[in-house]
Design a protein around this ligand. Structure first.
Ligand SMILES: [Mg+2]
Length: 371
């Protein structure tokens, strides 16, 4: 049983403009959910989105409105003792859609459950197979020389040695030339991937991907529109370079459909897109059964959503393409008392109970959106 559910919007400037085909971000709005159980144990979750409604179907404001109006009263109305699975079933029966909000609530409930059991959250999900996750960096300044300098600095700092480039907002040849120039500057040992964020038609995909494959690029992420799973499938058959589904993947149902068509070589698993940590693990299982590789994706969450994702990803059998759990590193302010541990090109999955992080509530109070 629960005492309170609070949704907090926190606006934090990014360290530099983050340019995607769908938007350019200067600020990230973290959507934080704090659930307090009747015994006083507090759980946290996050439902942050990329660029408001530019990326997905939920916005920070809609998540807050729906949690405050529907999820919170439902949770507070529970009068008998339900376990997490029974509570999630009740939520699913009462509330359609709203995967990001559902993920935040589920994360908070699992955080509480893991704290009660005095175990890291990963152990409540079946148990971790690794304590560290490789983390790539996204070069998204939009400027080739700046991106090369940023990559070299990251390699020197031992922060990241895999890079993803956000393309699709410029003319195709301009973008392809930009990517190849960066690949050439960084050399054969450094893995370069691209995320087109669904900007290309099928013909543009064929033209662009052929050049990127010839140029030594390792992974092509969501090149075509979300609903064009047939196109994604044809590209997967046509090219040797790995093709990854990202936006097209919206939980276990879509994972099952994409797997049946073998419409991708790799799935970008995101806990929010999946509708929760448990569902993200289901997506990973479907991928494994279908022979599809895995990549741990991000909605550019702050530290809460990032570490929740890390707990889930740490349980995956294989994570062939690593993760992009760098969200907190893109922000100018931290909301934790001790920052997440990034070292030697990896993120460390905490050992302490629950999410294993300590929230700085004073900092959140300072940064929260007031109106
Ligand atoms: Mg993506």
């Amino acid at each position: 049983m629960y005492k309170s559910v609070e949704t907090i919007l926190v606006d934090i400037p990014t360290i530099r403009p983050h340019k995607l085909s769908v938007t350019t971000m200067q600020t990230q709005t973290l959507v934080l959910v704090k659930v307090t159980a009747e015994n006083g144990v507090v759980g946290w979750g996050e439902a942050t989105t990329i660029g408001g409604l530019n990326y997905g179907e939920e916005s920070p404001e809609s998540v807050k409105a729906n949690i405050d109006t529907y999820f919170a009263p439902l949770l507070l109305s529970i009068k008998k003792s339900l376990n997490v699975a029974q509570t999630l079933t009740l939520i699913r029966k009462s509330i359609n859609g709203n995967r990001f909000a559902k993920c935040a609530i589920q994360t908070a409930l699992l955080d509480i459950q893991a704290k009660k059991l005095n175990l890291p959250l990963s152990e409540v999900l079946g148990g971790r197979l690794r304590d560290r996750l490789p983390v790539l960096w996204t070069l998204a300044s939009g400027d080739t020389d700046k991106d090369i300098a940023e990559a070299k600095k990251m390699i020197e700092l031992k922060r990241h040695n895999i890079f993803k480039l956000k393309i699709g907002s410029n003319a195709l040849q301009h973008d392809v030339d930009h990517v190849i120039a960066i690949k050439k500057a960084l050399g054969t040992d450094i893995s370069i991937r691209v995320d087109v964020n669904r900007a290309w038609s099928e013909l543009e995909c064929i033209q662009g991907i052929q050049q990127l494959q010839d140029g030594g690029i390792d992974l092509i992420e969501q090149p075509c529109a979300i609903e064009q799973t047939n196109v994604l499938g044809r590209l997967t058959q046509r090219f040797d370079v790995a093709i990854m589904a990202d936006e097209a993947l919206t939980g276990p149902d879509s994972a099952y459909r994409l797997a049946q068509q073998h419409a991708a070589d790799v799935f970008a698993v995101k806990v929010e897109q999946s509708g929760g940590l448990i569902e993200a693990c289901e997506v990973a299982k479907i991928a494994k059964l279908a022979g599809i590789d895995l990549y741990g994706g991000t909605m550019l969450e702050g530290p809460i959503g990032t570490i929740a994702s890390a707990h889930a990803f740490s349980t995956f059998d294989s994570l062939a393409f690593g993760t992009e759990l760098f969200g907190p590193l893109l922000l100018t302010e931290d909301i934790l008392k001790t920052p997440l541990q990034y070292e030697n090109f990896e993120l460390v999955v905490p050992q302490a109970a629950g999410l294993g992080i300590e929230i700085d509530e004073d900092k959140i109070e300072q940064l929260r959106r007031k109106a």
